[in-house]
Design a protein around this ligand. Structure first.
Ligand SMILES: [Zn+2]
Length: 54
């Protein structure tokens, strides 16, 4: 399940498998699918992640 987190009035979508945050839900969902299937992250997906201290 992708987790929604509000931060500074923005919504971030968190991949619960690896904990990376995305501005678009679609990337978090792609990341989570990839992470749970391969137990590793895809650079093509994680390069869309945002820096966060959540
Ligand atoms: Zn992930």
């Amino acid at each position: 399940m992708v987790k929604e987190v509000r931060k500074d009035d923005k919504i971030l979508y968190i991949c619960e498998e690896c904990g990376l945050a995305y501005r678009e839900r679609v990337w978090a969902e792609k990341c989570e699918k990839f992470c749970s299937k391969h137990h590793a992250c895809s650079f093509e997906i994680t390069r869309h992640a945002v820096q966060t201290d959540i």
